[in-house]
Write a protein that binds this ligand. Structure first.
Ligand code: ADP
Ligand code: MG
Length: 475
């Protein structure tokens, strides 16, 4: 009788099935496909890296016993991870991974014996001597996990961050993408992970950089003909943290170079941490192949903190600053500022400043005045998505209609208004506004702004639209 991958695996499955819970068998073993058998090594295909890690963590013993029963002491098991959607890559993507407590390595067909340690990872890009160059992490030590208070709104992201910090590059959270609205703690959490890693693994090279600065560096490198040096520099980082990746929208060159850097880091088991103001599905003008990379690991959202969390954030801040404040004032501030931790902190800081500069007692009245001012002053930070929603609602159409290619006059007007307000209320560039509002170019946005200006000085009805929508956006 000839021994095939399938027959060996079927025998293993029979043994495994008898020894574990039916539900676990269904979940973790039925999806596995036996791929090939050669040199006493059985290759099995699993659907994700997470799946592989789970098997290694929970079922490695039973796998070993069953396989040894079939193939003897020299049996080896090779995992092939079939990733979803490898855009632009005709070859199926396979991944070979050594035993669980090591960094993941991806390469072509390396067999991993159960009992042997896998060979040491060699990074071909390590330029002799370059490790001696000290790379400053650019981390802010004040942004620590200790100071990042936990609540329902951030529990997933926070614990994923802790897991990554404990084992950088060694979890399935790679990349770890933290996303959420303005002022909800993305930057803080990203730093906290870096700070914790530096603390636990001082020898690791950690680098924090904003996507904006990264883009600027890249443009400079291209100008100076240093593109390769730029890439090599980033390829020797162990933990790369890029803040606000939505900034890469529409910047094809930077996306391309980041794609290469990302692949290199990921394949060498290095950790990548990203933040964004949107979920990957909502990111516009980011190349598909890059988006699919973002989805490989974990996307964890930071949501608006609930009341209790807001109170504890405030108390923590006051405690650190050594300031005492009556409970009812803290609660008043927490009750009235709900969607942005930065505003929450800002209000409490103004409150402290007001009372100490003017020697005023901190009262609810003072708190009310400051909170009102604060909420009004910072309300300007509206998003382009929000503007499109408000304008579409105002004209009773949906956002898709507003973005559509149609030339119907009232729709064109709504679209132009959305562009006008995006220019007025956000810091986004014309190009970025255009790309987010129906994929138009910067000239169209410029034209829209001029048209709205003209019409509002000549057309009374139109002026009313502008005024109404301005009010809605300013509340
Ligand atoms: P984002 O990058 O999402 O816009 P930041 O990370 O800059 O937000 O956070 C804004 C402010 O709120 C920072 O001062 C940060 O320390 C604080 N902050 C946010 N979330 C928390 C939290 N869970 N605990 C303590 N402080 C927080
Ligand atoms: Mg930030």
């Amino acid at each position: 009788m000839s021994v095939t991958a399938q027959s060996v695996w079927n025998n293993c499955l029979e043994f495994i099935k008898d020894n574990i819970q039916p539900q676990a068998y269904k979940t973790w073993f039925e999806p596995i496909i036996a791929v090939k058998l050669s040199d006493n090594a059985l290759s099995i295909q699993v659907p994700s890296k997470f799946f592989y890690e789970w098997l290694e963590e929970h079922y490695v013993k039973i796998l070993k016993v069953s396989l040894t029963k079939e193939l003897g002491e020299t049996a080896k098991l090779v995992y092939i991870i079939k990733m979803e959607n490898t855009y632009g890559n005709k070859q199926p993507f396979t991944e070979k991974i050594p035993s669980s407590n090591r960094t993941a390595v991806k390469s072509q067909d390396v067999d991993i014996p159960f009992n042997n340690k896998s060979p040491e990872l060699r990074n071909p890009f390590v330029i002799p001597g370059i490790r001696n160059v000290k790379i400053e992490s650019q981390l802010n030590p004040n942004y620590s996990f200790e100071n990042f208070l936990e609540g329902d709104s951030n529990r997933l992201a926070r614990s994923a961050g802790l897991a990554v910090a404990a084992k950088p590059g060694g979890t399935s959270f790679n990349p770890l993408l933290i996303f959420g609205g303005v002022g909800l703690g993305k930057t803080h959490l990203a730093h906290a992970i870096g700070v914790d890693i530096k603390d636990k693994y001082p020898e690791k090279t950690v680098l924090y950089i904003s996507a904006e600065k990264f883009t600027q560096q890249y443009i400079d490198a291209v100008k100076k003909n240093n593109r390769n040096d730029f890439i090599h520099f980033y390829q020797i980082i162990d933990v790369l943290i890029i803040d606000d990746v939505q900034f890469l929208s529409g910047k094809a060159g930077t996306q391309d170079v980041f794609f290469h850097i990302f692949n290199h880091l990921h394949q060498s088991g290095k950790q990548v941490i990203l933040t964004s103001d949107k979920a990957p599905v909502d990111m516009q003008d980011i190349e598909q192949r890059l988006l699919s990379r973002f989805k490989w690991g974990l996307s964890a959202e930071l949501q608006n903190p609930d009341f209790e969390t807001r109170v504890s954030i405030l108390k923590n801040k006051l405690y650190r600053d050594g300031v005492e404040m009556p409970e009812d004032i803290i609660e008043y501030v927490a009750k009235n500022i709900k969607t942005n931790v930065r505003e929450l902190e800002g209000a409490i800081i103004s409150l402290i400043a007001q009372s100490s500069f003017n020697k005023k007692e901190i009262t609810i009245d003072l708190a009310r005045i400051i909170v009102e001012k604060f909420v009004k002053n910072t309300k300007r930070e509206v998003s382009i998505d929000y503007i499109q929603k408000v304008v579409s609602d105002y004209f009773q159409m949906d956002v898709d209609t507003l973005q559509s290619k149609t030339r119907k006059r009232h729709i064109v007007q709504a679209r132009q208004l959305a562009m006008f307000f995006a220019k007025k209320f956000t810091k986004a560039s014309l190009a970025s506004i255009g790309s987010q509002i129906g994929k138009r170019d910067h000239a169209t946005v410029l034209h829209a702004c001029k048209t709205v200006d003209n019409l509002s000085s000549t057309d009374k009805q139109f002026r009313k639209y502008v005024e109404d929508i301005t009010k809605k956006l300013s509340i």
